[in-house]
Design a protein around this ligand. Structure first.
Ligand SMILES: C[S@@+](CC[C@H](N)C(=O)[O-])C[C@H]1O[C@@H](n2cnc3c(N)ncnc32)[C@H](O)[C@@H]1O
Length: 285
C-alpha cells in the first residue's frame, strides 16, 4: 500500500514520528536513510535530546532503519553535539556523545563505518559562547549495512586543482627503495577524466534558499550521499524532514523519497515543465 503511493507519486510525506513512519515501509526496501536528527542539547520547540539520553532517543530510529534498509543500503546521520551548559564548577564542555553514537552504530547495530566526514561551515552561526574556539563543523556519520560495500565515487568526483594537474604532468612515480611493490617501474599517471577523488570533508556555506523557502541544510550535503549511494528510482528516506532539503536533492536526482516529520510538514508538489524537465515546488501548509 505504502509502496504503491510512493511509486505513483515518487514520494510520500507524513506527519508522524520518524521511527514509526519508517516501520510502515516494507522490510529491506530503503537504499539510503539520510537525515539530521535533533542535535544533542539543542533547545527547540520539539524538545531537547540531552547528551545523557541521546543514544536512548535515537535507538528506535536506528532499529527501524536497520530493519528497513536493503542489504546494500546506507545510513548517513548529519549531526553535531552542542556544548553543554557550564556550571559553577565545570566549564562548558563539548559532549562526546556523537563519537559514542558512531561506536554504538558499529557495536550495537552491527553497521559498518564508511567514514565520518566533516562538514566545514564557511560562515558558521555565532553561538555567543566565548569559552572555546568557534564551532565551525558538523559530522556526517556514514555507515553501511553490509560489511562489503561499494559507493559510486565517479558520481561525486570534483575538478582537479591546478597544482595537482601540474603534479600529474611533471611527476614520475618510481619504485621505492624500501621494497614496496605498488610501483614496479618508473611510470606517469594520467588524471582521471571524470575528475579528482572526492574528499571526506565538505566545505561550504551553512544554508541554502530554494525558491522562497529557507532550508536549514544546504543542498550539497544530501546530494553528495544520494549520488554516492543510490541510483535512479532507489528509495531515500529522511525520518527528520525539517524544512525538507533532502527531498529537493532526492527528487531532482530522480530518486523516490519518503519523508517523516513529527512537526509541521511542508508539502511537496512535483511539476513537469514543457520541456519534460521535473521542477520541484514546495508549499508550506
Ligand atoms: C535538525 S532538524 C532537520 C533539518 C533538516 N535536515 C532540514 O534541512 O531542514 C530535526 C527535525 O527533526 C524533527 N523531529 C524531532 N523529533 C522527531 C521525531 N520523533 N520524528 C520525526 N521527526 C522529528 C524536528 O521537528 C526537526 O524538524
Amino acid at each position: 500500500m505504502m509502496l504503491q503511493e510512493i511509486n505513483k507519486h515518487k514520494y510520500s510525506v507524513r506527519q508522524i514520528d520518524g521511527a514509526e513512519g519508517m516501520l510502515l515501509l516494507p522490510d529491506k526496501s530503503i537504499k539510503l536513510v539520510y537525515g539530521s536528527p535533533p542535535y544533542p542539547n539543542a533547545e527547540r520547540e520539539y524538545g531537547v535530546w540531552r547528551s545523557s539520553e541521546y543514544i536512548e532517543k535515537i535507538t528506535p530510529f536506528l532499529d527501524a532503519a536497520c530493519r528497513k534498509l536493503r542489504d546494500d543500503g546506507f545510513i548517513v546521520i548529519n549531526v553535531k553535539a552542542n556544548r553543554e551548559k557550564s556550571t559553577a564548577k565545570v566549564a562548558s564542555k563539548r559532549s562526546l556523545v556523537i563519537e559514542k553514537l558512531a561506536i554504538e552504530m558499529e557495536e550495537t547495530w552491527g553497521l559498518h563505518c564508511v567514514d565520518i566526514e566533516i562538514w566545514i561551515k564557511e560562515n558558521p552561526a555565532p553561538t555567543g559562547l566565548r569559552v572555546a574556539c568557534q564551532d565551525a563543523y558538523e559530522q556526517n556519520l556514514w555507515f553501511s549495512k553490509s560489511p562489503k560495500w561499494s559507493i559510486n565515487l565517479d558520481a561525486i568526483r570534483r575538478p582537479y586543482e591546478s597544482h595537482s594537474v601540474q603534479t600529474y604532468e611533471s611527476y614520475e612515480y618510481k619504485p621505492r627503495s624500501n621494497g614496496n611493490t605498488y610501483v614496479r617501474k618508473n611510470k606517469r599517471i594520467a588524471p582521471n577524466p571524470l575528475g579528482a577523488l572526492p574528499k571526506n570533508i565538505i566545505s561550504g556555506g551553512v544554508s541554502a534558499r530554494i525558491d522562497d523557502h529557507p532550508a536549514t541544510q544546504p543542498l550539497y550535503l544530501p546530494e553528495k550521499y544520494i549520488k554516492a549511494t543510490t541510483e535512479e528510482n532507489d528509495l531515500v528516506v529522511d525520518p527528520w524532514m525539517g524544512s525538507g532539503t533532502t527531498g529537493y536533492a532526492a527528487l531532482s536526482l530522480g530518486r523516490r523519497l519518503v519523508y517523516r516529520e513529527i512537526g509541521t510538514v511542508p508539502e511537496f508538489r512535483l511539476e513537469e515543465n514543457i520541456g519534460g524537465e521535473t521542477i520541484i515546488k514546495m508549499i508550506r501548509i
